[in-house]
Design a protein around this ligand. Structure first.
Ligand code: PCD
Ligand SMILES: [Cu+]
Length: 806
């Protein structure tokens, strides 16, 4: 037997399990253009839908005339709110407990809002017909500023809930107010602020941006009237939740709905929500009896689907004169746009913003958030961050810098003094979280050493001297960040979406010849789940990763799960995968013992086999055991080798990282040159180092985009100024710096394999790091805070306002 000749190590290597830089199995298809995306789906007789959208940000809809459009040859129907109303589908519930118009019902509330849905025989006819629909609007005053929205005489945006004093998250204090969310101890925090040696205060704005995935959102709805089954293909990050919601909204029994997320070209939170296009396509398919495809274009994606951030965070941070932080206070004004369609676990209307004490041991803290309606697109998704965690990290990492300035202290040292110490974990934060594990000081020192922090500061001082002496026009900035993420939503006890607990699942079937299929409740959008989840299993059950198929995204076959976002797949579905694997192994142990004619306890697992304790030459490989499970009648053991696990995590996981960015800023042009970026990530046990590195590169590049240019900008009458990639910054390899990646490993104590998420971390840590670098360059000239994105114009303006242009 060849297996016997191999060493233990060789056998382990052959599995390509945990820790292996295994090449992504999905890329064989993707790099050959053989992916299967929603727009690749072509069904017999398929029709195409397209939207008439509002050019105004706030207007009454006086009339809609569809005659000319309907008369165009090839047009099948034009739907308006009046057509959806009898079905009760002209409005739909949002994930945040609000409701949203599917098609304009009497008025429009943001530019790009869906007004009518044209269904035609092809995509081009549909687009032509859109132009023929005549809508009469009466413009209304527009509010794009959340502070103005709360003024006493502000126009009422949401007529439908006018004077309604109670919202989904408690009392409303104004017609444009959505909720107030409070965490922590207000009185104690205010007392600390009042008695502190030093208090630094700042308004930190995290601008509105958009996930803008390469593939826009879309779906194909196919109602089979013969068997009563609806199949819905779509770019869904949570296919099972979509099935449940579709059933609840449409009244179609859930077993008659099949939701399929095929390959997805990037999600980044954009594909978590439910959009009018999905509802309209389903209705259109039911009405016409034909499959209906709807796929957005880029402008539609940017103007109408879920945005991210738009948080105005007013902060106060208190410390002793030698820099020990004593208290943190934050009030956030959250601009949610026209409808509250924020994607957060139900009990967290501002997501996990209460992780805003960051990596620091802050004894007293208070956070309040006011959600506000404005005439902008709805959404509020976690664009590469677990539910408002990037906002929280940006806030605290800016406040630390602002405090360092006030104290006249080095910002690296200020962090060092305040980090939660390794011996304090599990750490209970003042705003209610229990951090599972961390070693911040170790990560920080490793980072400082890797970049030669002292050396960088010396170089910076020299540069400043040269600048002042007129020898250079470039300033040097050093950006620092130590972030703590919170991912893995989440424990069913406090995390649900629309009442669905946020557990996740894995089901495994081992085939007679010893290969396997694993199905999960999550869905990859490019993360490489087919590669990594097979690796978890390879280590757990001793079957090579190459012999394990991982399948996700088809609700008819996959076990129920809440999907992929918030870096939850590894913490939750990854845990389920390990647990299901352990069930397989437990059964395999019984089978092995039977075959080896010893007691169950006398065999032990050894990489890819069970061996008789003390007699390693007597063993059965997992392959042999798999076959035996189908071929032998084993007393007391059911045939077959399958297992399923539904995993409810006991806690979140708390990945963290230490980042350093070095930038050269040309004060005359505002051009910034990121000359070094060092990123140390700790995501606990590392499943696939190569995938992790790719995730970090991707997340950092999105962070670069957001910090340095990407923005959803509106003018004062609500026109979207950045609706195409001409204006919306998408970094190319040209702007993207080289990244130096590094790691430490602090396993999660409660996760079965000790892994934490990593996909979002680089964005959460990256944005403050880039931004801090730009701020740091101007620190000697008195800059404490300026708004992102730090595009060339804004940077030039900062230099100008500081008098650096002579
Ligand atoms: N320790 C560890 C961790 C992790 N990992 C890996 O890595 C990844 C990731 O993971 P995670 O962190 O867990 O995550 P997930 O859940 O899977 O995913 C999610 C994320 O992911 C990221 N990344 C990405 N990539 C790509 N390519 N694409 C995409 O889309 C994306 N997205 C983004 C986002 S945004 Mo949200 O949704 O906003 O909330 S959230 C998110 C996978 O594969 C895994 O397995 C490993 O290896 N290890
Ligand atoms: Cu977020």
């Amino acid at each position: 037997m060849t297996e016997a000749a191999q060493t233990r190590e060789e056998r382990a290597t052959a599995l390509k399990g945990l820790g292996t830089a295994r090449k992504r199995v999905e890329d064989v298809r993707f790099t050959q253009g053989k992916g299967n995306y929603v727009d690749d789906i072509k069904l017999d007789g398929m029709l195409f839908g397209d939207f008439v959208r509002s050019p105004y940000a706030h207007a009454k809809v006086l009339s809609i005339n569809t005659e000319a459009a309907t008369a165009l040859p090839g047009v099948v129907a034009v739907l308006t709110a009046a057509d959806l109303e009898p079905l009760g589908l002209h409005w739909m519930p949002t994930l945040a407990g609000d409701k949203q118009m599917v098609l304009a019902d009497g008025k429009v509330l943001f530019q790009g809002q869906e007004v009518a849905f044209v269904i035609a025989e092809d995509r081009y006819i549909a687009a032509d017909a859109v132009e023929l629909v005549e809508v009469e609007y009466e413009e209304q005053p527009v509010i794009v500023d959340p502070f103005k929205a709360l003024e006493p005489d502000a126009p009422v945006l949401r007529e439908d809930i006018r004077d309604q004093l109670e919202g989904a998250h408690g009392p409303r204090k104004h017609n444009n107010h959505i909720f107030t969310w409070e965490q922590g101890d207000k009185a104690a925090t205010e007392a600390v602020l009042a008695g502190a040696d030093v208090v630094a205060e700042e308004m930190v704005y995290y601008h509105r941006t958009h996930p803008c995935p390469l593939e826009t959102c879309g779906c194909v709805a196919s109602m089979d009237k013969v068997n009563g089954k609806l199949t819905l293909y779509g770019t869904f990050q949570a296919p099972h939740a979509v099935r449940t919601v579709a059933s609840l909204i449409s009244g179609i029994a859930e077993h008659n709905i099949r939701v399929i997320s095929p390959d997805i070209g990037g999600g980044f939170g954009n594909k978590v929500g439910v959009y009018p296009g999905y509802i309209c396509s389903v209705v259109a398919s039911i009405v016409t009896g034909k499959p209906v495809k709807w796929v957005e274009d880029r402008i539609e994606n940017l103007t109408s689907t879920a945005f991210a951030r738009d948080y105005w965070m007013k902060g106060k941070i208190a410390a002793t004169k030698d820099g020990k932080i004593t208290g943190l206070w934050c009030h956030t004004t959250a601009d949610h746009g026209a409808f509250d369609a924020c994607a957060d676990p139900t009990k967290f209307p501002a997501g996990f913003m209460n992780i805003c004490t960051g990596s620091y041991d802050i004894p007293t803290a208070y956070l309040s958030v006011d959600g506000v309606y404005t005439n902008k697109a709805p959404g509020g998704v976690a664009y590469r961050c677990s539910f408002r965690v990037t906002e929280a990290a940006y806030f605290i990492e800016r406040m630390i810098e602002v405090l360092a300035i006030k104290l006249g202290m080095d910002a690296a040292e200020l962090r060092r003094i305040n980090f939660i110490r390794a011996d304090q974990f599990p750490y209970q934060s003042a705003l209610g979280w229990e951090y599972d594990s961390g070693n911040y000081h170790a990560a920080w020192e490793k980072a400082m050493k890797a970049v030669d922090y002292e050396g960088l500061r010396a170089e910076q001082a020299k540069r400043l001297e040269d600048f002042k002496a007129g020898k250079t026009r470039k300033l040097m900035g050093i950006g620092l960040t130590h972030f703590t993420e919170i991912v893995g939503a989440g424990p069913v006890k406090n995390c649900d979406i629309l009442g669905l607990g946020m557990f996740d699942s894995c089901e495994i079937r081992i085939h007679p010849t010893g290969s396997a299929i694993a199905r999960l409740g999550t869905i990859s959008q490019g993360q490489g789940h087919a590669t990594t989840f097979a690796q978890i299993l390879a280590s757990e059950i001793g079957i090579p990763a190459d012999d394990i198929t991982v399948e996700e995204g088809d609700t008819d076959t996959a076990p129920y799960g809440l999907g992929t976002y918030g870096s939850r797949s590894t913490p939750v579905a990854g845990a389920a995968t390990a647990m299901a694997g352990r069930k397989i192994r437990a059964k395999a142990q019984m089978i092995a013992a039977y075959l080896l004619e010893v007691h169950d306890d006398d065999v032990e697992f050894d990489v890819d086999r069970f061996v008789v304790k003390g007699a390693p030459e007597r063993f059965k490989t997992m392959k042999e055991i798999a076959f035996a499970s189908y071929n032998q009648a084993i007393p007391g053991v059911e045939p077959g080798l399958e297992a399923v696990s539904y995993y409810d995590p006991p806690n979140m996981t708390y990945p963290f990282g230490a980042y350093v960015c070095v930038v050269d800023v040309d004060v005359d042009t505002g051009v910034t040159d990121i000359r070094q970026f060092y990123a140390l990530d700790d995501c606990g046990t590392r499943i696939n180092p190569m995938i992790i590195e790719g995730q970090v590169h991707g997340g950092l590049t999105e962070a670069l985009a957001i910090a340095m240019g990407q923005e959803m900008a509106y003018d004062e009458i609500g026109n979207v100024k950045t609706a195409t990639l001409m204006d919306f910054f998408w970094p190319s390899p040209f702007e993207t710096p080289n990244y130096q990646t590094d790691w430490t490993t602090t396993p999660s104590p409660h996760h079965p394999i000790g892994a934490k998420g990593v996909g979002e971390s680089p964005n959460v840590g990256g944005v403050p790091c880039f931004s801090n670098a730009v701020h740091d360059a101007f620190r000697p000239f008195g800059l404490t805070q300026t708004n992102m994105p730090h595009d060339h114009w804004r940077v030039w303006k900062v230099a100008h306002d500081l008098g650096l242009h002579g």
